[in-house]
Design a protein. Structure first.
Length: 76
């Protein structure tokens, strides 16, 4: 089984840049809809990041891999 591997990196205060681990090529830029409060973590099965929205609430957003669509959001 040949799975793609990714590296997630904070791009700006509100975005995540996802790179292909093998080549370093930019794969996707994700706007998280709030301010990132902790760096994104990417595993083989999902990616997650903590954000703070405009109202000051903190959430953890979980994304699918390799589609990087929001899987679920947990409020802290």
């Amino acid at each position: 089984m040949n799975k793609k591997r990714f590296i997630a990196q904070q791009g700006s205060a509100t975005s995540i840049r996802v790179f292909l681990a093998e080549t370093g090529q930019l794969y996707r830029v994700i706007d998280v809809g709030g301010t990132i409060v902790s760096p994104p973590i990417c595993t083989e099965e999902d990616m997650y990041v903590s954000i703070r929205d405009a109202a000051g609430n903190t959430h953890i957003q979980y994304y699918t891999v390799p589609g990087f669509n929001i899987k679920r959001v947990t409020t802290l």
